[in-house]
Every structure is written in structure tokens, then in C-alpha cells.
Design a protein around this ligand. Structure first.
Ligand code: NAD
Ligand code: DAU
Length: 357
């Protein structure tokens, strides 16, 4: 697909989706983007304020508030787009354990609605009513592989999701793949690693611990803190998704590994060191049920496609800490609405029975 064109970016007001939109529009290569976002508690139109403030980018950008599970909204937007990049999802594992339903509605029905709209457009292309069928990039996750005791998961490995979030993501990508096999739809799937960086909602490990530490509040570390994640900087994740959009082979899956596999304790130590805050803030709390011990993926396939991870963890974490320090109003606003009720439900009893870490 050529760089210029019209992209429909669903979930484009969230953490990774907004990075994708800012990066693509900021390149000024003529690409137009329509963002479709429901603006759940995790979505924030102000994540795209830089786009709205720049007349050249604004002319190539449109924002639509709506649900990917609503065919009446999705149909006309897909009809008007050359490709769909689906970032929209409920994305927090802990919330999926508390209340799974929304994860299924967006992650399964929402993906189905997008696929049906693409199928209709593929039919129109076949009848010569539009230039080409739309490509759908389904943004998925390493969590679909489940916990990886040793080695690194490859794209052909069996899926073994272990949380409602991961199960919904696995269902969504399997559905997408089935539309490629059954209807010949142009679908590509990415499986990204744990992502971090500016604009990440403070419910996730790095921004939660960073913002709690800035307020000298306790940091609730689940279990022994020796769970391992492979950290991927947000602009690298967004760039990899775009690379797969432009160069990926229809029907393929691409792992997007991170740049640093680290135990949570080490991530927390690095964060506290950068912030100049003491380890005594860390509390060992009751573990997440079904907590995946380790994620790790093999990145040979996306490297063969020409993509490289550019941001070492030390560089990314320094930029992240600086951004959160400089954008206190942003993260305080994200910690509003249902935040206090969620925090109490997730951490109240855990912190009351916590231990020194
Ligand atoms: P996020 O929670 O920050 O953003 C999700 C966005 O989707 C929000 O703007 C939200 O309003 C929107 N949304 C939710 N339901 C919607 C619906 N029904 N219709 C339209 N919009 C809806 O999530 P994120 O961390 O940016 O993740 C983006 C995607 O990347 C997700 O699909 C996630 O599963 C995947 N992913 C995330 C990571 C990570 O570490 N954050 C890693 C791998 C894959
Ligand atoms: O691996 C990709 C996935 O990474 C994405 O698909 C998800 O959308 C994203 O949320 C993330 O999932 P994780 O569960 O790995 O990320 P989270 O930030 O919630 O947790 C990272 C690790 O930190 C995990 O081992 C749990 C631990 N943790 C997390 C929180 C929020 C804690 O110890 N305490 C906490 O309070």
C-alpha cells in the first residue's frame, strides 16, 4: 500500500493508536486519517491535540466518536477508507478479571463488525465499484501465546490465552484470520509486546508506579515481582504496525518483540532510581489470578520484513519519566472518573494486607 491514502484508525485516541496517528500525520506525506474511537475511560481526544493544533495535519484528519461494534457507524467509514487499523480494545488485564463482558463485546463482536464491513467493500472492489479491497490490520498481543516458560514464541505456535483479555484478543485475531481463509479478505495480524511510553493510561504497571511514586504513594507489586515482560517503546510499536500495514503479506501474523526482557522488580528499581524515590514505597501484594509468568516472542519474521526496534529501554524509560513529570495535568485527569472506585476495588484489600517487598 502506498504511503499516502486514507486510513481508518479505530481506537486512535488510546495510547498506541494515538502514537500511530501522531507519527503518520506528523510525517506530512499526504496520508489522511479518520479516527473512530468510543472514548471509553481509556480514550482521550486530547492525546491528539498536537494534530488538531497543526492546520496542515488537521486538514488530513477527522475524529468520529463511535463504537466499532456499531455497524451503522462502521459501514460508511470503511467504505471511505483504503485500510483499517484496529487498535480499539479494552486493554487492561486486571479490569478483564473484574468485569470481562466489555472485552468480549469490543474484542469479538467489534472485530466481527469491522470484518463484515471490509467484506462488503471487498465485494464492491470485485464489482469494480471501488479501486481495491481494504486491508485490515488487527492489532493483537503476545498474551495470546500465554505464559512462555522458556524460549520465545513463534507465529505458528499454538495459542493459549489465560485471562479474559487475552482470550478476547485471541478470538478477535482468529476471526480475522478466518475471514482471510474463507473470504480471501486482506487481513494482517500483529502481536505486540508490553508497550510503554508517553500517554499510557496510569492503570498499567509503568505509569501506575511512576505516578504513585511521584505522589509518594505505595507501589502494589503483584506476588514476588519476578514475572518477566519484554518492553517495547510506544513509537516502535506504532512504527511496526505501520510497517506491517505497508509491507505485510496478507494472511500473515507478525510478532513485534520488545527491546528488554526484564523482571518486574528490575523495571521498578530502574524507575525508582530515575525518580530518586526509595524502594520502601514498594509493597508486595496478593498476586493477579492466573498471572502469566513470562512473555517472550521471536522477532525473525518482522525483521525479515525490514523492521527494526529502535529504542533501547534506558532511552525509552528516560523519555517516559520526563514526559510524565512534564504532563501532570494529563495523568491527574486520567486518574479521575471511575478511577477511585476502580483503585479501591483492585488495590484496597491488597494494600491493606501487603508486605514489605
Ligand atoms: P488503550 O486502552 O490505551 O486504548 C484503547 C482505545 O480504544 C481507547 O481510545 C478506547 O476509547 C478505544 N475503544 C475501546 N473500545 C472501543 C470500541 N468498542 N469502539 C471504538 N473504540 C474503542 O489501549 P492500548 O494500550 O493503546 O492498546 C491498543 C491496542 O494494542 C489494543 O488492541 C491492545 O490489545 C493492543 N496491545 C497493547 C499492548 C500494550 O502493552 N499496551 C501490547 C500489545 C497489544
Ligand atoms: O504483553 C502485552 C500486554 O501488555 C498488552 O496486550 C496489554 O494490553 C497490556 O496491558 C500489557 O499487559 P500486562 O498485564 O503484561 O501489563 P500490566 O502493565 O498490567 O502489568 C505488567 C506486569 O506488572 C505484570 O506482570 C503485572 C505486574 N503488575 C501490574 C500492575 C498494574 C503489578 O505487579 N502491579 C500492578 O499494579
Amino acid at each position: 500500500m502506498p504511503p499516502a491514502g486514507h486510513l481508518l484508525v479505530t481506537g486512535g485516541a488510546g495510547f498506541i493508536g494515538s502514537a500511530f496517528v501522531r507519527d503518520v500525520l506528523g510525517r506530512r506525506d499526504g496520508t489522511r486519517i479518520t479516527v473512530l474511537d468510543k472514548l471509553t475511560y481509556a480514550g482521550n481526544e486530547s492525546n491528539l491535540a498536537a494534530v488538531a493544533a497543526d492546520p496542515e495535519q488537521l486538514a488530513r484528519y477527522r475524529f468520529v466518536r463511535g463504537d466499532i461494534a456499531d455497524p451503522a457507524v462502521v459501514g460508511p467509514l470503511v467504505a471511505d477508507a483504503g485500510a483499517v487499523i484496529n487498535f480499539a480494545a479494552e486493554s487492561h488485564v486486571d479490569r478483564s478479571i473484574l468485569d470481562p463482558e466489555a472485552f468480549l463485546v469490543t474484542g469479538v463482536i467489534g472485530v466481527h463488525v469491522l470484518l463484515e464491513a471490509c467484506r462488503r467493500e471487498a465485494g464492491r472492489a470485485a464489482r469494480g465499484e471501488r479501486a481495491a479491497a481494504p486491508r485490515l490490520v488487527q492489532v493483537s498481543t503476545d498474551e495470546v501465546y500465554g505464559s512462555i516458560a522458556e524460549g520465545a514464541a513463534r507465529e505458528g505456535d499454538p495459542l493459549a490465552p489465560r485471562s479474559p483479555y487475552a482470550a478476547a484478543k485471541a478470538a478477535g485475531e482468529q476471526l480475522a484470520r478466518s475471514y482471510h481463509v474463507t473470504y480471501g479478505l486482506d487481513v494482517v495480524i500483529t502481536r505486540g509486546s508490553n508497550t510503554y511510553g508517553p500517554y499510557q493510561h496510569p492503570e498499567k504497571l509503568i505509569p501506575l508506579f511512576l505516578t504513585n511514586a511521584l505522589d509518594d504513594q505505595p507501589l502494589p507489586m503483584y506476588g514476588d515481582g519476578l514475572q518477566r515482560r519484554d518492553w517495547l517503546y510506544v513509537s516502535d510499536h506504532a512504527g511496526a504496525v505501520e510497517h506491517v500495514l505497508r509491507h505485510g503479506v496478507a494472511g500473515e501474523v507478525y510478532n513485534i518483540p520488545g527491546a528488554a526482557e526484564l523482571p518486574n522488580r528490575e523495571v521498578i528499581r530502574i524507575l525508582l532510581e530515575r525518580l530518586g524515590k526509595p524502594w520502601s514505597l514498594v509493597r508486595e501484594v496478593e498476586d493477579r489470578p492466573g498471572h502469566d509468568r513470562r512473555y517472550a516472542m521471536d522477532g525473525a519474521r518482522i525483521r525479515e520484513l525490514g523492521w527494526r526496534n529502535r529504542t533501547p529501554f534506558e532511552v525509552g524509560i528516560a523519555a517516559t519519566v520526563d514526559w510524565f513529570r512534564a504532563n501532570e495535568a494529563w495523568w491527574r485527569a486520567a486518574r479521575s472518573g471511575d478511577w477511585d472506585a476502580y483503585y479501591e476495588r483492585q488495590y484496597g484489600a491488597r494494600l491493606a494486607t501487603s508486605l514489605e517487598a
